[in-house]
Each structure stands twice: as structure tokens, then as C-alpha cells.
Design a protein around this ligand. Structure first.
Ligand SMILES: [Fe+2]
Ligand SMILES: [Fe+2]
Length: 415
């Protein structure tokens, strides 16, 4: 027997799965785990003090811009990343160094950088590198090697996800399995964010599984599934209380607007009340699992990272497009140069539609409407990026579990 033991949300959700070896093999044959290169422990800016020197560290370039100083000079504002995450860098102009370096940054994507660590504002601000030397990296770096990745077993995440997908009813199950199969290579490696939560390789897989875990938890409270949401609000409340308490003794208090749980409990309670108002409407939990599976899939097109197959993901939706001039440089986790301006919600609905058409799957039009509604409204508010207001109980629930999983991960990003 292959056993998977894990837990989510401070142990409120316990994972205990057993699969026979044949089943494990079958799942991993269908959905092979991506192999990331062995990562060496790289430079970690959080372990450095202001004034420390970073010597020839290998980094990916995320983005850069030429900025103006108050006295009319120029400086370079740069965002870099390595497998410990992203961090900023600056370069002041010395005899045209800004212009020369900008040309270098335009041409290459992996660099060796040396410079001094600075923290601004002092003690509370982010740390960055004041670059004194930069040149293109000429070794054989595998771009994946320079990105952070989840430390969880991707095989176990896969087996758990497929196990949950296989327990839902038809026709939702077929849509889910065909979707996973079609998009697997990208889906299993992609980060779920650029800097907020799950900003590492396989973050999308982990976040999606996180949602489905919470949906199942709610579903399985036979006596009153809606009340299960109260148990989850208690988890958020405790986290938020601990976060506020931290400031009582902290030398450098966290600003209220930087607190992860700030306002979350109140918002979750509002969403809960909306579900209660609709308590006479039946909640389709199988449809919810399918919606969760697809809700952030569009991030495969919204984000771009080093090492990915750049063209394939566009061919799913735009097989006739002309790719002859499309050749993005490998980088850390950034907004995709093409998909970034559209957002994942639109792409997620399109990726779902593709599966229904290509696989010729018959779904009730009401179900299609509800799936699109769940995806379109999952950010909760238009000002938080939603494309629609929440109306159906499923849409309120998917927003609830999405927010909870994202906040949890942001506060405690133990991979
Ligand atoms: Fe989202
Ligand atoms: Fe999400």
C-alpha cells in the first residue's frame, strides 16, 4: 500500500489516503510528476544583513526599468529571482553604466551579479542588492534550477488530486480527467502566483488541491455542510488573532495593511451569510470540485516562467496563431508577455470550453453556466479581479475556499 498522510489548515483537514501499488503506478503513468533539477541551496537575501556583500550570485532577470533620480541622473531598477524567490536590485549610473547594463539586460536572461545588500526603509523595508558588477552567465544553467519549487512530493500531490477527481460523478469526472490529461505538463509545473501565494513551481497544483481538500471537508459534514464553513472561519480567526498578538512583543511591528489576515475573517463571515441566505438551493459539490480544478488554470497563460514550453500553451486555444516572432527570454515567475494583460479568469473559462468541444462531452447548459459563473466570480469582488458578482451558492463557496487557501499559504508558506 502507498500511504499519503498530510494535513491542511492547522490539522482541521486530515489527509489519509491509501492506494494499492498498481493504482499508484497507473496514476503516475497517466500523470507523470515533473522532474525538477536537483537544486543547490542558493543565495538567500533574507539571511543577509545590510552591508553584507553578495559575490557572483547566479540569478534570473524578471524585469528592469531605467528610472530618473531627483537631480536628473539615471538609475536601474531591477527585479531578480533565484530558487529562494524574487528580490530587487538597483544600479546607480557611473560613466554610462546604466545604459550599457540596460543593453545587457535586454539581450540575456541569466546573470552573475555582485554587490552590497541594502535595506530601505531601514529595518522594515525590503532588502535589495546595490549592483557593483553584472555580467551574463555563460555556464550551463537549467532555467528550472533557478526557480523555487514546492518541497512536497509532487507524486503524492498528484495521487491525492486524481483520487479526489475520480470520486466525483459523471459527466463532471470525465471533464476533470480529460482536462488534467490535456493540460498536465503545464498544470503540474506552473506557479500559482508571481508574489502573493504559491509563487513556486507546482504551486498551481498544490493550490488547486488545497481548494478541493476544503470543498470535500465542507461536503462531508453530513449534519450541516454549511456549518463546516464556521469551523473554517474559526481557523482564520485564530490565525488572525495570533498575527495581531505578534505585534505586542515585536521589535518591528507588522503594519496593519501588511497583515495577511487583515479583514479576512469579516469577509469570510459575509460570504458565509450569503450561503446561509441560499440554504434552500441545492449545492452541487461534484460541480464545485470541477470548478475548483479549472478556476486558476488560466494562470498557465497568465504567467510565464523559465523552463516552460512557451508555444504549446497558446496552441491549446489558438492553434492557427503565427508564432514566428514569439521568443520570450527565460525569466523568473513573471506576467506572461502575451497572456499577462488578459488575466487567468478569461483563460480558465476558455480552457474548460476547449475540453468540452474537443472531447465532445455533453454537459447540461445550466451546468456550463454554473461552472463559468464559479470561475468568473471566484475572486469575490470586481475590484479584486472578478469578472462577475457571486450569485449561486457554489460561487460563494469557491471564493471562500480560494481565499482561505491563498491566505493560509501566504501566512505560512511551508512548501
Ligand atoms: Fe484566481
Ligand atoms: Fe485560486
Amino acid at each position: 500500500m502507498h500511504t499519503i498522510k498530510d494535513s491542511h489548515l492547522a490539522g482541521v483537514i486530515a489527509v489519509d489516503i491509501e492506494v494499492i501499488p498498481e493504482k499508484k503506478e497507473e496514476i503516475l503513468r497517466e500523470f507523470p510528476a515533473p522532474v525538477f533539477p536537483q537544486q543547490e541551496v542558493a543565495f538567500n537575501i533574507n539571511e543577509k544583513k545590510p552591508g553584507d556583500y553578495a559575490e557572483k550570485i547566479t540569478v534570473l532577470l524578471n524585469s528592469f526599468s531605467i528610472e530618473a533620480t531627483s537631480n536628473g541622473g539615471k538609475w536601474l531598477k531591477i527585479e531578480l529571482s533565484n530558487n529562494n524567490g524574487k528580490f530587487g536590485a538597483k544600479m546607480w549610473d557611473r560613466n554610462g553604466s546604466v545604459q550599457r547594463t540596460a543593453e545587457l539586460l535586454e539581450t540575456y536572461s541569466i546573470f552573475q551579479v555582485s554587490g552590497k545588500i541594502e535595506q530601505f526603509p531601514k529595518e522594515t523595508g525590503p532588502k535589495s542588492i546595490i549592483i557593483e558588477g553584472i555580467k551574463e552567465y555563460t555556464g550551463n544553467a537549467n532555467a528550472f534550477e533557478l526557480l523555487p519549487a514546492t518541497e512536497k512530493s509532487i507524486e503524492d500531490l498528484t495521487i491525492e488530486l486524481v483520487t479526489y477527481v475520480e470520486e466525483i460523478q459523471e459527466p463532471y469526472k470525465t471533464v476533470a480527467l480529460k482536462g488534467l490529461k490535456t493540460y498536465w505538463t503545464e498544470f503540474s509545473t506552473k506557479a500559482a502566483a508571481r508574489g502573493h501565494h504559491h509563487a513556486y513551481l507546482s504551486g498551481l497544483l498544490k493550490h488547486t488541491l488545497g481548494l478541493i481538500r476544503i470543498i470535500r471537508f465542507i461536503r462531508d459534514q453530513k449534519a450541516n455542510p454549511i456549518d463546516a464553513m464556521n469551523t473554517l472561519i474559526d481557523v482564520a480567526y485564530k490565525q488572525s488573532r495570533d498575527e495581531s498578538l505578534y505585534n505586542v512583543n515585536a521589535e518591528v511591528p507588522v503594519r496593519e495593511r501588511d497583515m495577511v489576515w487583515n479583514g479576512t475573517v469579516e469577509h469570510l463571515r459575509t460570504v458565509f451569510n450569503e450561503v446561509v441566505r441560499r440554504k434552500n438551493e441545492e449545492i452541487n459539490f461534484d460541480l464545485l470540485v470541477l470548478a475548483a480544478l479549472f478556476h486558476d488554470m488560466g494562470k498557465m497563460l497568465e504567467y510565464f516562467n523559465a523552463g516552460e514550453s512557451t508555444v504549446e500553451k497558446y496552441k491549446w486555444l489558438y492553434p492557427n496563431a503565427d508564432f514566428s516572432t514569439y521568443n520570450p527570454k527565460p525569466s523568473g515567475i513573471i506576467m506572461d508577455p502575451i497572456g499577462g494583460g488578459t488575466g487567468h479568469i478569461i483563460f480558465s473559462t476558455m480552457l474548460l470550453q476547449q475540453i468540452l468541444v474537443k472531447e465532445n462531452i455533453v454537459l447540461k447548459i445550466e451546468d456550463i453556466g454554473k461552472l463559468n459563473h464559479c470561475i468568473a466570480a471566484h475572486h469575490g469582488k470586481l475590484e479584486w479581479g472578478s469578472a462577475a458578482w457571486m450569485e449561486k451558492p457554489e460561487a460563494f463557496i469557491i471564493h471562500f475556499v480560494d481565499l482561505l487557501d491563498a491566505r493560509w499559504e501566504k501566512a505560512d508558506p511551508i512548501n
